[in-house]
Write a protein that binds this ligand. Structure first.
Ligand SMILES: C[S@@+](CC[C@H](N)C(=O)[O-])C[C@H]1O[C@@H](n2cnc3c(N)ncnc32)[C@H](O)[C@@H]1O
Length: 371
């Protein structure tokens, strides 16, 4: 089956690497989407294991077309009855871009009508009560190429289930995991986040270190699909539990000056099952010292000008720059959307990468150890 997974802009290469690690072969990657071939079991595993993906879709149709008649017939020809029952609550979203058919409303309603017509043509059903599981279909047309995707994830995959409590500006779990993967953090060296907030980077890091799949404690849309086989899924999850690394000595520290946000971080870590791996300490950055030892520092310092004045941000980033200059043995990674970060830090990064933190364009500054 042709499948695709989407992620935040800038994380495509991290997602491709994750797919390769699952023995899947990613094809192209663009606009936050990566295509790959997979069978149903691999789709289950992709949902369970991918850390940077937001959804995993099965591509049901892909065709160049310019009329609604063609579109209707294309959708009607898909045997939906082999995917879900006639009682499903079918939810269709539609997006049109640079195409002859630009009415998203017509795209949405015709697709839904054609799904029902497909059921009528392929089965004896005449009644569609919509009392069953929710099925999300994504219809899109771009440059006159129509595509229909079946969402196998349900809730977006960044919803791991552990974060009920967030600080002021929490990172999405998928982005936090992406920061750790780009930094090649594997849990063999100590890690510190001196501005940890609700702890997202550190919790994702601990899950990477322990080889805990991010989707282990949540459910997925594919569980209600007709080809779903609970025995196979049980075996996939059992193998995942058995592969959790309980022996590694994981050293992770989170610091923040706000005691309330640290309480949230501790509660989140506990729900994620990694609270014993992370020490959270109430420390003001300017008053603290970070050891210059072979280790990782991954952080997302405050950037919001509504919470801090420009002068306070400048002073803090100068302090971070001075600390970073001293930490020559540490691989230092900093995500920020503050303009002129490099000048404020007064330090030249080894590499920079543009990433999107939701709608906010940010840069991931990477300072590699010097020896
Ligand atoms: C952008 S948030 C970090 C969000 C975090 N990555 C998360 O996912 O929840 C920045 C954090 O820095 C903390 N902070 C601000 N100034 C600080 C300082 N001078 N020293 C230590 N922590 C500080 C804030 O309390 C806030 O929790």
């Amino acid at each position: 089956m042709r499948c695709l997974s989407n992620t935040a802009f800038g994380l495509e290469s991290a997602l491709k690497k994750e797919l390769s690690d699952l023995n899947l072969t990613p094809e192209g990657a663009h606009d936050g989407q990566v295509f790959f071939e997979a069978d149903f079991e691999q789709v289950m595993r992709a949902n369970l294991y991918l850390r940077t993906a937001e959804h995993v879709y099965i591509v049901l149709a892909e065709k160049a077309l310019t009329t609604f008649d063609e579109l209707f017939e294309t959708v009607k020809a898909i045997p939906f009855d082999s995917w879900f029952g006639a009682d499903a609550q079918i939810i269709v979203t539609a997006k049109a871009k640079k195409s002859t058919l630009m009415s998203e409303r017509s795209l949405q309603s015709l697709t839904k009508k054609a799904v029902i017509e497909s059921f009528k043509a392929h089965t004896h059903h005449t009644h569609f009560p919509e009392t069953g599981p929710k099925i999300h279909l994504r219809a899109s047309i771009h440059n006159d190429v129509f595509r229909l995707d079946l969402d196998t994830s349900g809730d977006a995959l960044h919803r791991r289930g552990y974060r009920l409590e967030a600080g002021d500006a929490p990172l999405k779990e998928t982005l936090a995991a992406g920061l750790c993967l780009i930094a090649r953090y594997q849990g063999h060296r100590p890690l510190i986040d001196p501005f940890c907030g609700s702890g997202t980077i550190l919790i994702e890091a601990a899950m990477i270190a322990r080889n805990i799949p991010p989707g282990l404690s949540r459910s997925f849309a594919f569980e209600s699909f007709l080809p779903f086989d609970s025995k196979t899924y049980h075996a996939v999850k059992k193998a995942a539990y058995q592969a959790i690394d309980l022996d590694k000595a994981v050293v992770i520290e989170g610091r923040d000056m706000d005691p309330k946000v640290l309480m949230k971080a501790r509660a989140n870590a506990e729900r994620a099952g990694v609270d014993e791996d992370i020490a959270f300490n109430e420390v003001r950055f300017e008053m603290s010292k970070i050891e210059n030892i072979p280790s990782h520092l991954i952080t997302n310092p405050p950037y919001d000008e509504r919470l801090m004045s420009r002068r306070e941000i400048d002073a803090l980033y100068q302090a971070i720059g001075r600390t970073f200059k001293r930490l020559t043995d540490v691989d230092r990674y900093l995500l920020s959307s503050v303009s002129g970060t490099e000048q404020k830090l007064n330090l030249k990064p080894s590499q920079t990468r543009v990433l999107f933190n939701g709608p906010i364009k940010a840069r991931y500054y990477q300072f590699f150890h010097e020896s």
